[in-house]
Structures are given as C-alpha cells and as structure tokens.
Design a protein around this ligand. Sequence first.
Ligand code: ATP
Length: 233
Amino acid sequence: MLEVTGIETFYGKARVLNGLGLTVGAGQVVALLGRNGAGKTTTMKSIMQLVPPRAGRVVFDGADITGWPPHRVAQAGLGYVPEERRIFTQLTVAENLEVGRQKARPGRVAWTEAQLFELFPNLAERRGNRGKALSGGEQQMLTIARTLMGNPALVLLDEPSEGIAPVIVEQMAQAILTLKAEGLTVLISEQNLHFARAVADSVVIIEHGEARFSGTLADLDARPDIRDAYLSV
Ligand code: ATP
C-alpha cells in the first residue's frame, strides 16, 4: 500500500534521510523505531511531502505521489498526526471534529462522530469542553480523531505514546488495534519498544536516516545485537 524507495531528504544543505526505504502492506501496523534524531519525523514528513524528498520515490496505493502538494497527498487518503498536538484550543471537542470532516473517497464509509467517541470514550465525556480543557493524552486522542474525520486509508502517527499517562497509552494502543481491525493501515513512529510490541505487525529501525532493520517483532527479538545497537533500552 505504501512503498518508500531510496528517499533522500534535506533541511537546507543537511541531508537527514540517506536513501531510506520501507514498505507498509495494506491493513498492517508498522512501527518506525529509532533513537532521538534518527529521522522518524522526517520520514513521515517526507511521505506527506511536507518536506519533499530530493531523491527517491513514495508510492501510495499504486500512485507515485513524490512531489505532490501535501493537500493532494491527504486527499489521496494519507492522514498525518504530527507529534505536537494540533487542536483548536478555543473550539469544543465536537467542533474540532467537525473541522476535520471530509467526504469519504468512493467505496469507503465515512467515520461518524459516534464511532470516534466509541474509539475514544474519554472524548465522548468531553464532547462539549473546549480543547484547552483537555489533558495532553485527550488532546492527542482528539488530534487522531480529527484526522480520522478526513477518512484516510493510511494514517501516519508520530510518537502517539509520547508524554502521555500510562492509562491513556493503554487506550491509545487499543484504539490503534481497533483501527487495524477496521481495515486501516497504520505507520507509527515510536521510541517505546513496549508500545510497538503491543500494536505492530512489523518494525523498521532507522538510524542516521537509513533503514537498518526490518522484520517482525519476533525477528527483532532474535537479534538483541540490533536492538542494543539502534534502540535505547
Ligand atoms: P525525534 O524522536 O526527536 O522526533 P526523529 O527520529 O523523529 O527524532 P527527526 O526529527 O526526523 O528525528 O530529525 C532527524 C535529524 O534532522 C536530526 O538530526 C534533527 O536535528 C534534524 N532536523 C529535524 N528537523 C529539522 C529542521 N527543521 N531543520 C534542520 N534540521 C532538522
């Protein structure tokens, strides 16, 4: 469903991705792992074309989207949830969701507010509260829910478990598994191997802007040398 090949991405003259490649199959949850600064966020921004790669290709659902403007990438069915929570603090939870609403692409069923509240029960209780009244974890959930209102086929989640309370992390993992059960494809970036283990079918480990390992968690468990070399444990 998503095929990234040999991408090179720069900030000014600094090359941050060095020929990175990865594949995400339809309906899979893949975790992008790596230390701080390894290039996980840049990989997501490159896929979205927010920071377009200068070399390599990004193919989504059979279309080469390399160089497309980001809004077209979103219309093609890619949803992006950045690490920093992006909600409207003065709008209520329900209004935030409304802002994210897009028509579903042909042949797909649109998410309803009720389904999203089922996915994130905390938000249901907060329906009429303003964004600024929510906890960090609830804001993270709202950011994801708002992205889902755009009815993406694949969601990119940048460090969804970062800086949120353990009980909410648990709910987040549950929600990701529900998305997978609904047929969505998910690419998450994580530093937390434990979280990746709870949700991912396979992992890609990146270091210095290159994919150094890809395989299932069982494959990774069989390679403690890889884990010790590229992940902070
Ligand atoms: P983190 O977990 O800290 O988000 P990451 O694996 O997502 O790490 P990136 O944010 O992709 O890593 O950063 C990769 C490299 O690119 C780092 O060396 C970082 O300093 C650099 N970098 C990131 N954003 C910019 C920018 N806007 N301008 C210049 N350099 C940047």
